[in-house]
Write a protein that binds this ligand. Structure first.
Ligand SMILES: [Ca+2]
Ligand SMILES: [Ca+2]
Ligand SMILES: [Ca+2]
Ligand SMILES: [Ca+2]
Length: 417
């Protein structure tokens, strides 16, 4: 591997950084006395069930300033939490990063919707070159009751899929015809419908959602349709491709989307991740900012990228020997483009799924964040991305203002494993 001779430079660049400190703001889990600057004060605890999330509406006045090693600034010390939004601070099974539970009348994942329809994912992605299958988790009793009704039944459960090709220039939201729900098994705690979308374009990123109806058929053959429940949340997927390079792009996008699911719905990665806290799934240390590790960790499964742990600068070649910078990786292949007002439009028109972008999310003119491109949507002039360490040690699908793009790293065939 080309990375071995760069190891010395990596060690030099990271030496000494461990002594730096920074200040973070956090809530105490339980009430107690704290030393705050030169004064001692009593602070109220706001994560009484210790699920890692302070109660929704926890006041900022209760935040405590903590001095922590800069290299681990995302990980609050024991006894403190940095996120709120817990709608039941007396139930550790209710918090923002978990699946919704069927029919219990509780907003388990604290997103403001009770028993909403969600999606489960497989690591494989369930993709073909022309479509994908969604594992629709129906949690709404009103929807299920139409399906499970017995006796004199006058309505049956149907659905249609609304979908949008994010890589298409039209931006149009399309919809399938109405389909019958049949052969679905309903368990006490779970009901899963497999819904396939087909006839799609290879290596394109789509978003799709499912809307359910109670359909009534009259003896004349005439049918009426009554929507039941709310539309599902959006599901994102990238179709496969026969071209190897396109297939590799599709694969790393699918992996990034799966990671987002594992983090935000299963709570396995990222903030308080139960299997891989923060960015450790991508080679980052606990508490270390991991947006670049997220990109390189997903991309490395198909492109020989190795572990990249920071953005770096956009120096022109000769490339400085620094194995940690993602931008230097693309520079090494001659595929890093600095983006400004002069070339932004042409770069946006060239972005493909899986490409790298360095973003300025603070507006100070310097890139501070890494993201994986899903699509540029010209209709709304927005760039769809999937990101790690966004919103504070989380994963997320974001819609970015194109003006935030400072640099573009274009994947090419010679980077493939
Ligand atoms: Ca809590
Ligand atoms: Ca809770
Ligand atoms: Ca629920
Ligand atoms: Ca919910």
């Amino acid at each position: 591997m080309a990375f071995t001779y760069l190891a010395a430079a990596l060690l030099l660049s990271s030496a000494g950084s461990g002594d730096e400190t920074t200040t973070i703001q956090a809530w105490r889990q339980h009430s107690g006395w704290v030393l705050d600057g030169w004064t001692i004060r009593w602070v109220q605890g706001y994560d009484l069930d210790e699920d890692g999330y302070a109660a929704a509406g926890a006041p900022t006045s209760a935040l405590v300033s903590l001095v922590v090693p800069a290299a681990t600034k995302l990980a609050p010390p024991a006894g403190y939490v940095t996120k709120s939004g817990d709608l039941d601070d007396h139930d550790p099974d209710v918090h923002p990063r978990r699946p919704e539970i069927l029919g219990n009348g509780i907003d388990d994942d604290c997103d403001g919707a009770v028993d909403e329809t969600e999606f489960h994912r497989l690591a494989s992605g369930d993709r073909t070159t022309t479509g994908f299958t969604m594992r629709v988790r129906i949690n709404d009793r009103e929807i299920l009751d139409v399906y499970t009704a017995t006796g004199f039944v006058i309505e049956r459960l149907t659905y249609r899929i609304e979908y949008q090709n994010l890589n298409a220039s039209s931006g149009a939201v399309l919809q399938t015809g109405r389909r019958d729900v049949s052969g679905m098994t309903v368990y006490p705690s779970q009901a899963e419908l497999l819904a396939t979308l087909d006839g799609l374009t290879p290596r394109n990123v789509y978003r799709a959602r499912v809307v359910f109806f109670a359909t009534r058929r009259f003896t004349t053959g005439f049918e009426t349709h009554r929507q039941v429940g709310d539309p599902s949340e959006w599901y994102y997927q990238c179709t496969d491709a026969t071209n190897e390079m396109a297939a590799d792009r599709a694969w790393i996008v699918s992996r990034a989307l799966y990671s987002e699911f594992a983090a935000e719905q299963l709570g396995l990665l990222g903030y308080h991740g139960t299997a891989y806290p923060d960015g450790t799934a991508f080679g980052a240390d606990v508490g270390e900012p991991w947006c670049t590790e997220f990109y390189s960790g997903c991309a490395d499964e198909r492109f020989s990228m190795g572990h990249r742990h920071y953005i770096g600068d956009f120096d022109p070649p000769p490339v400085p020997l620094n194995s940690g910078a993602i931008t230097h990786y693309f520079l090494g292949f001659g595929e890093l483009t600095t983006v400004d007002a002069g070339n932004r439009a042409s770069v946006l028109a060239s972005l493909l799924p899986g490409d790298y972008v360095a973003l300025d999310t603070t507006g100070d003119g310097n890139a501070n964040h890494s993201a994986m491109v899903l699509a540029y949507e010209p209709t709304d002039d927005r760039v769809w991305t999937v990101e790690g360490n966004t919103g504070g040690s989380q994963c997320g699908i974001q819609q970015r203002d194109p003006a935030q793009i400072m640099a573009w790293g274009r994947l090419q065939a010679s980077m493939r494993d």
